[in-house]
Design a protein around this ligand. Structure first.
Ligand SMILES: *[C@@H]1O[C@H](CO)[C@@H](O)[C@H](O)[C@H]1NC(C)=O
Ligand SMILES: *[C@@H]1O[C@H](CO)[C@@H](O)[C@H](O)[C@H]1NC(C)=O
Ligand SMILES: *[C@@H]1O[C@H](CO)[C@@H](O)[C@H](O)[C@H]1NC(C)=O
Ligand SMILES: *[C@@H]1O[C@H](CO)[C@@H](O)[C@H](O)[C@H]1NC(C)=O
Ligand SMILES: [Zn+2]
Length: 409
């Protein structure tokens, strides 16, 4: 206890960017992963199309490592700032505290060097945490512990809460992708890379013959990782791509087993398992689902049987490009004045602070089709404690637009 206190204090006094030699210093750590609270919903959705952006993902991932190669920051596994002491390993005190209202508020400051588009990119990446989990990133007032999000040299982060102001480096040039920003923020929440899990050898084969000796520690397995009783997640935003740190062109260093064609290393944004894992680690009860196929459908719980009272669920529709188009096939909600009781509300973006596309809607008239202005749409379904009905069912597709959507997604 005494020792722990000292180390925490030491952590507070040390500047965030100190470099330390590689050591096995976050042993009992947390890795990723599947919907738990989420599965109470009978949502149906398609998995991402495997062919659509493999090239793009690979490009982006290699860019991160290339960017970080020139970084003066000493990094483990490509983008994690090593911990200073073994004591913080178990990371009980490394988690960010939860307020009595169940929200985990993480204060942050942004580098004044960011331009408007960068700020928007970072806010968009943060908004998904807020919509899908109980993590809220809030502008720092005077809090002691906070994230200092800076355009430093590369894309990197500390693992877990360190104490004081801790840097999350999101470099302007190379790191401005939603998935990359979320990846670094997840490190700060206390998550490691998915392929570092204790059970990874059942899911991927590490091809040591294509990994040069200095890069081998980047593929370390954490025998004591806290896997949260959730499955291994190939589609985690915390999973490396197949060619990470390969020293031979065209030879993969991480091969999914038994099916080597399974896609790994996406940077589109958090997966459903990433969300479930955050909600489990931080003890949040959230009903949220990501729908990231090129098309799919969603429906209220139990449909076509009646939905339950006192629920609040969101669906984040995130197609890879184009604009999200939503069509309701069925709609039957309790009618209240101003639809203050049960309602469906649709937002043009990934959070409840995004512009409203369809305001609170109830009753039994099927709403008109809705098209978002981008590849993101959030559907909210809230019910009160009085009276239920059969609910709704809808389908979505990505519709062609004049211009290709930006890389910021
Ligand atoms: C790490 O996990 C091992 C095995 O579960 C346990 O024996 C050890 O006490 C843990 N270490 C810390 C620092 O919590
Ligand atoms: C690649 O890594 C392997 C295994 O560490 C090593 O034997 C080999 O010489 C390396 N090849 C190159 C081109 O560096
Ligand atoms: C998680 O939440 C439940 C219910 O609110 C509470 O009983 C429990 O103590 C919480 N656990 C932790 C680790 O905060
Ligand atoms: C189901 O909803 C309908 C309204 O659509 C309502 O009349 C009926 O009472 C509900 N059934 C139950 C069991 O709540
Ligand atoms: Zn990382």
């Amino acid at each position: 206890m005494e020792l722990k206190g000292c180390l925490v204090l030491a952590a507070l006094l040390l500047p965030a960017a100190l470099a330390f030699p590689i050591q096995d210093d976050y042993e009992n750590s947390t890795t990723t992963t599947e919907p738990t609270e989420v599965t109470t919903q009978e949502n149906i959705y398609e998995s991402p199309s495997p062919t659509e952006t493999d090239e793009e993902d690979e490009d982006i991932f290699n860019k991160i490592l290339k960017v970080n190669k020139d970084s003066s920051q000493f990094l483990q596994e490509g983008d994690i700032v090593p911990r200073r002491s073994r004591s913080a390993i178990n990371c009980r005190q490394c988690n960010w505290p939860q307020s009595s209202d169940g929200i985990v508020r993480i204060p942050y400051e942004l580098d004044p060097a960011y331009e408007e588009s960068h700020v928007k990119g970072i806010h968009d990446a943060m908004a998904e945490f807020e919509a899908l989990t109980c993590i809220n990133f809030v502008k720092r007032k005077a809090e002691r512990d906070y994230l200092s999000i800076r355009s430093a040299d590369g894309c990197w982060s500390n693992y877990g809460r360190v104490g004081g102001g801790q840097t999350v480096s999101v470099m302007k040039g190379g790191c401005m992708w939603k998935g990359v920003i979320q990846h670094e923020l997840e490190h700060a929440l206390g998550f490691l890379h998915e392929h570092s899990r204790s059970d990874r050898d059942k899911h991927v084969k590490i091809m040591w013959e294509y990994i040069s000796p200095p890069d081998r520690p980047d593929f370390k397995k954490f025998e004591n990782s806290n896997n949260l009783d959730l499955p291994y997640d190939y589609s985690s935003v915390m999973h490396y791509g197949p060619y990470t740190f390969s020293n031979t062109t065209g030879k993969a260093t991480i091969v999914p087993i038994p099916d080597r064609s399974v896609h790994i290393g996406q940077r589109q944004g958090m997966s459903n398992l990433d969300v479930a894992k955050i909600n489990k680690l931080y003890n949040c009860s959230r009903c949220s689902t990501i729908l990231d196929g090129p098309s799919g459908s969603l429906r209220s719980a139990n449909y076509p049987r009646n939905y339950s009272d006192n629920t609040n669920c969101v669906w984040l529709i995130r197609t890879r490009s184009r604009k999200v188009s939503l069509h309701f096939q069925a709609f039957q909600l309790q009618i209240t004045k101003g639809c203050q009781g049960d309602y469906v509300k649709v937002y043009d973006g990934s959070s409840k602070s995004s512009p409203v596309l369809m305001d609170k809607t109830c009753g039994s008239k099927i709403p008109n089709g809705i098209v978002a202005s981008s590849n993101l749409m959030l559907v909210e379904f809230t019910t009160d404690g009085a009276q239920t009905a059969s609910g709704f069912q809808a389908t979505f597709t990505a519709v062609r637009t004049q211009r290709r959507s930006s890389i910021h997604n």
